[in-house]
Design a protein around this ligand. Sequence first.
Ligand SMILES: Nc1ncnc2c1ncn2[C@@H]1O[C@H](COP(=O)(O)OP(=O)(O)OP(=O)(O)O)[C@@H](O)[C@H]1O
Ligand SMILES: [Mg+2]
Length: 287
Amino acid sequence: MPLMRPNVVEPAVDNQMQRRAPDGRQQAETAGRMDERAHITIRGLSKTFGEATVYDRFDLDIPRGRFVTVFGPNGCGKSTLINMIAGLVPIDAGEILFDGKTLAQTKIGYVFQNYRDALFPWMSAFANIEYPLKLMNVAPAERRRRVEKLVDHLGVKIDLKRYPYELSGGQQQLVSIMRALVVDPEVLFLDEPFSALDYEMTLFMREQVQRIFNETRTTMVLVSHDLEEAVFLADYMLLLTRRPARIADYRLIEIARPRGDDTLSDAAFVAHKAHCLEIFQREVRRA
Ligand SMILES: Nc1ncnc2c1ncn2[C@@H]1O[C@H](COP(=O)(O)OP(=O)(O)OP(=O)(O)O)[C@@H](O)[C@H]1O
Ligand SMILES: [Mg+2]
């Protein structure tokens, strides 16, 4: 795991924000870069849908082995950002590299918001999880070994012989996450993975995802529309402005893990949340 230099990162971002030009361009060019070792580097990223410019020469570094959450106003481009990084949406201009490599040279995992559509209903949980290995022509015995190892490693207690309709929403989403992890991805993307779950299941899943992160230390990028969740899970929280999206803040959330229910009332947590809410409201009002 890379060493973090907490005293450097946050003040550096703040200083850059103070130095930024009035049009915000300077911020976009500098605030997304950090002193930690970058895993994903995004430079000069531009994307337009019809008349809507979603990104205009956008720069961002995502550090290795860190949990980055993405938060911002509706329609600002959160999903588009992770979809472009994951290669699901083409970019108009710019460059996205993974440790200097292209996406084609990198293994990634992606967890969709809607687990109901994402899992194959005619396959057992086990068959769903091993499916990517099948696509990679991994032999059946090896596929079984790898799925079992993953399940053991994560300590997941689900009967994998069951079919998706026999599982709760949270269990189905856990199966989706395991399917994404079974290929040992270098990066895991999650787009609002809990938004279709009820609150109790959401709290449970936050803990599960945090545990998976602690176990695997896979670089994770998670989009959330829930401020509390975005702060709770983050090593770094990326706050985006309205379109064209710029970086409103890229904030180190220095709270020890594992984080649990008591974290929600922890003074540092509450302060981060208040700060992020203030920035968010400022950005939303700037219509
Ligand atoms: N395939 C597409 N065709 C046309 N416009 C699109 C397409 N995908 C996204 N957009 C537009 O780009 C902008 C950003 O969309 P995106 O889905 O990335 O936002 P988001 O921040 O994830 O929003 P939400 O909070 O609603 O999930 C929106 O204005 C959206 O309407
Ligand atoms: Mg979205």
